[in-house]
Write a protein that binds this ligand. Sequence first.
Ligand SMILES: Nc1nc2c(c(=O)[nH]1)N[C@H]1C(S)=C(S)[C@@H](COP(=O)(O)OP(=O)(O)OC[C@H]3O[C@@H](n4cnc5c(=O)[nH]c(N)nc54)[C@H](O)[C@@H]3O)O[C@H]1N2
Ligand SMILES: Nc1nc2c(c(=O)[nH]1)N[C@H]1C(S)=C(S)[C@@H](COP(=O)(O)OP(=O)(O)OC[C@H]3O[C@@H](n4cnc5c(=O)[nH]c(N)nc54)[C@H](O)[C@@H]3O)O[C@H]1N2
Ligand code: SF4
Ligand SMILES: [Mo]
Length: 739
Amino acid sequence: MTKSTGMESSGTEKVIPTVCASHCGGSCLLKVHVKNGVITRIETDDAEEPQFRGCLRGRAYRQRVYAPDRVLYPQKRIGERGEGKYERISWDEAMDTVIEKHKEAMETHGPLSILFMQSAGDIGYLNMFGPTRRWLALAGGFCEPVYRPPEWRYSWGVPSFGQGCAASQYTYGTIFCSNTRDDLVNSKLIILWGWDPATTVTGPNTCWYLAQAKEAGCKIIAIDPRYTRTAGAFADQWIPIRPGTDAAMQIAMAYVMIEENLHDDKFLNTYTVGFDRFREYVLGYEDRIPKTPAWAESITGVPAATIIELAREYARTKPAALMAGIAPGRTAYGEQHHRAAITLACMTGNVGIHGGDAAARAWESTYGGYPYRFSPLMAMVGLVPYTPNPAQELPETPKKLHHADLADIITEDREGFPDYQMMYITHSQFIGQHVNVNKIVKALKKLPFIVVEEQFMTPTAKFADILLPVSTYMERNDITTGVSTPPFIGVMNKVIEPQGESKSPLQIAADFCERMGIPDFMPKDEDTILREFAQKCGVPESGYDQLKRDAAYRLPHPEPYVAFKEQIEDLANHQFKTPSGKIEIYSQHLADINDPNFPPIPKYIETWESRNDPLFEKYPIQCTSTHGLRRQLSQSDSLPWLREVGRHKVWINTTDAEARGINDGDMVKVFNDRGAIIIQAEVTERIMPGVANIPQGTWYDPDENGVDRGGNANILTSEKYSPSGGLAYNTHLVQIEKL
Ligand SMILES: Nc1nc2c(c(=O)[nH]1)N[C@H]1C(S)=C(S)[C@@H](COP(=O)(O)OP(=O)(O)OC[C@H]3O[C@@H](n4cnc5c(=O)[nH]c(N)nc54)[C@H](O)[C@@H]3O)O[C@H]1N2
Ligand SMILES: Nc1nc2c(c(=O)[nH]1)N[C@H]1C(S)=C(S)[C@@H](COP(=O)(O)OP(=O)(O)OC[C@H]3O[C@@H](n4cnc5c(=O)[nH]c(N)nc54)[C@H](O)[C@@H]3O)O[C@H]1N2
Ligand code: SF4
Ligand SMILES: [Mo]
């Protein structure tokens, strides 16, 4: 690999550094070679460690920019919804049509009839969904896809890791509970509890620090239904566990610690409230069921002896980091996995110390972590001035609305909800990434008018009446913070001109405002906004040029950051942000909400579609859906280079395969009452018996019978959500048959 730093010229070739804005927790450095305005190749960081080294997906981005299925011009639908038949139109016609439909919906049904559906396609702060949101707000308002019920104090309805957010908010009073990854090197024991960073990255350099921890003699244990890439590279032990049962194992570990007096009473007395109530539950005083390792074995499939051994090991090895993955949380009642993990971290005194971990969420998010700590709102709306949504004040605004209910609400014309006339979709692969795709498809066929802003002809784009072409982060300037170690602020430099007639989300929103006569859409120019934001993030005025030149500006990071260190060292002056000022193992607020499925102390609650569900007879396999190596969510799925990484396969254990006459490589049908997919089988011992896994994110591609040949995992998932409104992507039963 050629060594190149910063912007260089060789002949007419330039190397422009930028950071990857893909929605995967990276923000890695890319060095983009450009010749005559065309990207010729992409390299990544090869400077001194720790590098911000891009992965296969970032480095394949050239193919993404020039992909044949990119949407380069505004399009008007000429076939049926979903068929993908479009006709090129001008921006003028596209915008006039959208404005006319918007006006009609506002006049006949009011702002709540305009449904705004967004997600996090790219994580550049200027070009997230903030601009679109602002113009829709300035134009009179819209219906949000989620309205939090009034009794909930904190976030509600976060699809990705809502259970983890709620658990940490009710227990620690904040969602910011992570150490920087370099602190892993100080651990003597790391428990990867449903976390596979060798695949999901979740912050650059995570594996670099895991490797150093291992070299320093740290023991690493993986608890996961699958033997993951991370387990293969780092773990000393793999403990397979049935999906959705993690809280049972954690509570049984607490039982062992209590029985053997291994817990840290001093820590619990000083920093927490409610341990006594938890103890009563664990020992069975509350419900006459002592939560013994044998009790947990029957639920989790993990041998009691293994649970006892791990409880002793975690209690006796200090410091130890229990890294509570968000995937075990992405289950029915997954809040309990996170709350129980936090309780174990408290029982072992591992909160707020180097080498420990608060055990809240192994991944905080693509934004908002140390040292920035932006409010989720700020991260969501980006750098665009925030405009309150006027529709939120209307008396008919629903008191509670969840995006997972939307399909039924639309299909059934449910009372008490808006009569949707228009849906505006941006940064979202709604048909594929959300639960129960077949229901969404049915609902979207019913809506009068749909606008989609997209880069690609995705399954969602094929439902647009008007499809607007969006540039990629290579074609616009932006800024991001990422969650990285060491922390840095990164910019996306505009590397090439927007392809075709694509525009940035910011430009599209500005153009709509101009055409609709809405003044003051952006009070400042792009460069000023980026400069000011960089300063807010700690880049000195004089450092901005260096930031633009190198794309990454490393912030001072003298030592690993440890969440809650201040509270643990000096509680009198640094209370936790909870009502009691302490870590709330018992939460009065949860007691007040009075939802038995989100109790005030952590409990094991059996999921729906569990092995004890009558449905288990018909669908005897628990299915999970992990984040795929060759995609960022559903992005890049059509790229040939990334397809070479491996075929899309369902993992199935050898015994389950044998019982069904399935051989490795066979095509199989995976199905339940919600739908069916066709997919290739990988018969492997790397997944435990009774469990299957389908990497999420392939593109929905139904045949004439409605069977998805794209193998999309969400054909099978249920729209039922957990009490915190988090989705339960890892809780569903299926059957698998050889084709
Ligand atoms: N390559 C790649 N990286 C990504 C993404 C991507 O799409 N591709 N997406 C990004 C995004 S948006 C997110 S939110 C994160 C997601 O990050 P994660 O949620 O951590 O990733 P997953 O792959 O869903 O799951 C991690 C592990 O949890 C296991 N698991 C599933 N269910 C259970 C369970 O009930 N119990 C236990 N113990 N383990 C379980 C899975 O087998 C898997 O090995 O990744 C980010 N990084
Ligand atoms: N079965 C299953 N499903 C899951 C999960 C799971 O674990 N299992 N995980 C869930 C998680 S954690 C997440 S975060 C969600 C993510 O769900 P989504 O955010 O809907 O997923 P993406 O595939 O990233 O879709 C974003 C789309 O935005 C487009 N895009 C990129 N940049 C831009 C831009 O600048 N403007 C516009 N308008 N569009 C742009 C991309 O081309 C892409 O099609 O998926 C969830 N879905
Ligand atoms: S896809 Fe994610 S991990 Fe890969 S280069 Fe981009 S930001 Fe980094
Ligand atoms: Mo996510």
